[in-house]
Design a protein. Structure first.
Length: 233
């Protein structure tokens, strides 16, 4: 039996669903599942943030799920954490394909959800984004610069596409980041004052992969934040 989470699902033909899964040890798997009806229906567990165990088969890219059940209660996300979970799922759906070997991403995804359920924190999103980029081979070193020298916390580095981070004297140059933030991101130890800089870096790295189509979950989060701010005034 494989472990996984539903990233997205939609009706497929009369009594089935097309399910996009993040699977432990594999990465993304697209499959067809018979939903069924009545007491035997699996519709209630084919939901995001629900840990699943299942079996699937098939030689084509679209697999067939032969057995599926809940492995544990759904991860309870609410408020900002729910929007963050929606963002993670949409991000993986947009960037991760069945052709990517992302064997290690499942555990990091699971840890991100559990962490968000305990308390919302932007850093959990940055660590998931970092793991995704690394799985895709799209993330440069966060410990050494383009010359192979260790990053120095007080220095600033400019992101050079396909090369990495290059030491610069001008801290205000475009795509420039402080060494302290880069090493903190690498160690999953971001400080709150580094959140904005880390978000700026991750957006610049993810944008070429996402394209110009905006993320729906990001817009929902912005709207929720604005509504909450207005309600407190």
């Amino acid at each position: 039996m494989k472990r996984g989470y539903v990233l997205h699902h939609r009706p497929y033909r009369e009594s089935s669903a097309l399910v996009n899964l993040l699977v432990d040890g594999i990465g993304r798997v697209d499959a067809v599942a018979r939903v069924g009806s009545g007491k035997r229906s699996i519709k209630s567990i084919l939901q995001p943030f629900q840990p699943l165990i299942f079996e699937f088969s098939g030689k084509s890219e679209l697999k067939n799920i032969s057995q599926i059940e809940a492995a544990a209660p759904a991860v309870p996300l609410s408020g900002y954490s729910l929007y963050a979970g929606m963002y993670i799922n949409e991000l993986l759906m947009r960037i991760l394909s069945v052709h990517h070997n992302a064997e290690a991403l499942f555990l990091i995804y699971h840890q991100a959800l559990v962490g968000l359920a305990a308390q919302f924190c932007e850093s959990k999103l940055r660590y998931l984004e970092l793991a995704l980029l690394r799985e895709l081979g799209a993330m440069p070193s966060l410990i050494r610069d383009t010359q192979g020298e260790p990053l120095i916390p007080e220095h600033y580095y400019q992101l050079v596409p396909e090369l990495g981070f290059q030491f610069v004297l001008n801290s205000r140059a475009k795509h420039t980041y402080q060494g302290a933030m880069l090493t903190a991101l690498n160690d999953n130890q971001l400080l709150q004052e580094q959140f904005l800089e880390a978000k700026r870096l991750m957006r610049s790295m993810l944008q070429p992969l996402l394209g110009n189509k905006p993320l729906v979950s990001r817009q929902l989060f912005i709207q929720a934040t604005a509504s909450n701010r207005d309600g407190n005034n």
